[in-house]
Design a binder for this molecule. Structure first.
Ligand SMILES: *Cc1c(COP(=O)(O)O)cnc(C)c1O
Length: 567
């Protein structure tokens, strides 16, 4: 955008000598016109100029992104290219479908309701068959993130809480005062954890993504009130994709700010320079998902105060670690409501809060911000409709289970799990940094360790680890992989077994560092080099389609192909 403006300026300077000419010509040609005609033409021309200006600068997506998109759309519609793409797409689709079918062991799909309902016993027998499909044993700490606790004791507690409140629904606070109280208490306990004062508030949501969507929605609505057409989010490039989703859903612009390549923390100076009249929020992560470093939220908060822009702390991942780190004996930067500019915080109870999936909280400094996410339709024939979050009816049972987890652990419990998890992460990071051929990216401030390599394609390492029953997360730009440490990795021996396996795999790869990479590595290698990102989206769409495939395999003895690595 700045480039375009600079070019426009150059053009103006070179045409200046011609302007005099133009003036004379305009005057001569206008000498025949009547006053009303001049007014009408001026009006018409202004309209055209305003539309051109809007097309160039005042759109949701930058001009560069729109030009690029149109160009690729044009190329992709050329018949020869179209054919080639279709062939590639079909091949990919088939591969993904086959791998899913292999994973379900060729068990036929249920495609209609059973004619006769099943007894509990029959259902349980069926469910056991489904459960037998699982191959990777997450309970041994082989998986990055995904399952954060998994203990039998906690499973008992949360399922008992679920059972008690199975039919509750916070949409009806009059019917279910119990669940209303519990939701309010979950929010308040979190506000206290993040050092919010009496004015701090929030809601329980269905997950981190919803918490983030709601914060963006609230700030968008506040910006719209002030007359901003395309409110703009300014966030680090490492921020969670849920912010891209929010920008997409709510017609906002998202400007990504680069991070320092050494620390992987956002460059706050660049963030400051990106602030403009459309900016409706700044974001920092604590920590960010890819490399696990905590952005400098005190500096971002200061920008927020100085430019009067709300600041969101994405503490989805760190929600139940960061608030306990100090008590667990670790240094940790301040990222919560104690930072003057921070106006909202997202924290996932369903990650390190160990609640079942489907719960998170969004917190605000005061109710004015929270009001931005509420939806009220006063004119609906179905009654005055009001809902605090994206959903209408909500599962009270999930809130009850979340409440039960939090009450079960208590502050001491979370301090203890935090101590174990951070200690294990730092131990793993330290040992990984000593393995030849790989290096640790940024500084693992909390529970994530990301590694990359200057000597070989790092995805070969993740393929090799897959072969040993591990599942690590693939990252891109730059190519890297990470382990998100959960309570399961803190079990005695789990970290050392992991490290030994990495050591062995890396040593093997180092014997022939330039060998070709197959599997997930080949996919990520290829996908990162495709300039038309919409192609990648198209292919990933096939993956999502395949998740819902219920056609039985044509021939089930096709070779097994793994497809993990896409979140
Ligand atoms: C997990 C996560 C989110 C999104 O949460 P979901 O529960 O997947 O919706 C957002 N930000 C960060 C840093 C996360 O790790």
């Amino acid at each position: 955008m700045e480039d375009v403006q600079r070019i426009a300026k150059d053009v103006v300077e070179t045409v200046a000598p011609y302007l005099e000419d133009v003036r004379v010509k305009v005057n001569t040609s206008c000498s025949q016109l009547e006053g009303w005609q001049i007014i009408a033409y001026t009006f018409g021309l202004t309209l055209i100029l305003v539309s051109i200006y809007n097309f160039l600068f005042d759109e949701e997506k930058s001009l560069k992104a729109r030009v690029k998109k149109s160009f690729f759309k044009f190329v992709k519609n050329l018949p020869i290219v179209k054919g080639m793409i279709q062939k590639e797409v079909d091949k990919n689709a088939k591969g993904v479908q086959e791998s899913f079918q292999n994973a379900t062991g060729g068990m036929p799909y249920v495609v209609q309701l059973p004619k006769k309902g099943m007894s509990e016993q029959q259902i349980m027998k069926e469910l056991d068959k489904y459960q037998a499909m699982v191959e990777i044993d997450w309970s041994k700490g082989n998986v990055s993130g995904a399952v954060y606790n998994g203990s039998n004791e906690l499973t008992e507690i949360i399922t008992k809480a679920y059972k008690k409140f199975a039919w509750t629904n916070p949409l009806h606070p009059d019917l279910f005062p119990d669940i209303r109280k519990m939701e309010a208490e979950v929010v308040r306990m979190c506000c206290t954890m993040f050092n919010g004062d009496d004015n701090s508030c929030g809601t329980v949501t269905s997950g981190g993504t919803e918490s983030i969507l709601l914060a963006c929605l609230a700030y968008r609505n506040m910006a719209k009130e002030r007359g901003i057409r395309y409110p703009e989010i300014i966030a680090p490039i490492t921020v969670h994709a849920a912010f891209d989703k929010a920008a997409d859903f709510f017609h906002m612009k998202l400007t990504h700010i680069p991070v320092d390549p050494k620390t992987c923390k956002v460059d706050v100076n660049k963030m400051r320079r990106a602030i403009n009249k459309n900016t409706c929020m700044l974001v920092g992560s604590a920590p960010q998902f890819p490399h696990g470093s905590i952005d400098n939220l005190e500096a971002i908060g200061a920008l927020g105060v100085r430019y009067n822009v709300p600041v969101h702390t994405d503490c989805c991942l760190g929600g139940f670690l960061v608030p306990f780190m100090e008590k667990a004996g670790f240094d940790v930067p301040i990222v919560d409501f104690r930072v003057p500019g921070v106006t909202s915080i997202s924290a996932d109870t369903h990650k390190y809060g160990f609640a079942p999936k489907g719960s998170s909280v969004i917190l605000y400094r005061n109710t004015e911000y929270r009001r931005g996410q509420f939806f009220v339709q006063p004119d609906w024939p179905g009654g005055i409709y009001a809902s605090p979050t994206l959903a209408g009816n909500r599962a009270g049972a999930i809130i009850a289970s979340c409440w039960a987890s939090m009450m079960h652990f208590g502050e001491d419990g979370y301090v203890e799990t935090t101590r174990k998890i951070i200690e294990t992460t730092r131990y793993i990071a330290d040992k990984l940094s000593k393995i030849e051929g790989i290096y640790v990216l940024g500084k693992p401030d909390v529970s994530v360790v990301a590694i990359a390599s200057n000597d070989f394609n790092i995805f070969r390492l993740s393929d090799a680890m897959n072969g040993l029953g591990y599942s690590l997360s693939a990252l891109q730009f730059p190519s890297s992989i990470h382990l998100c440490v959960t309570l399961l990795h803190t079990k005695p021996g789990a970290a050392d077994t992991f490290l030994n396996n990495v050591r062995t795999c890396a040593a093997k790869i180092m014997k022939d560092p330039n060998a070709k990479c197959g599997g997930i590595g080949a996919i990520y290698g290829m996908s990162q080099s495709i300039p038309d990102r919409s192609m990648v989206s198209q292919i990933v769409g096939l993956f999502l389609d395949a998740c819902y495939n219920t056609k039985d395999p044509e021939d089930s003895d096709k070779k097994v192909q793994k497809t993990n690595g896409v979140h």
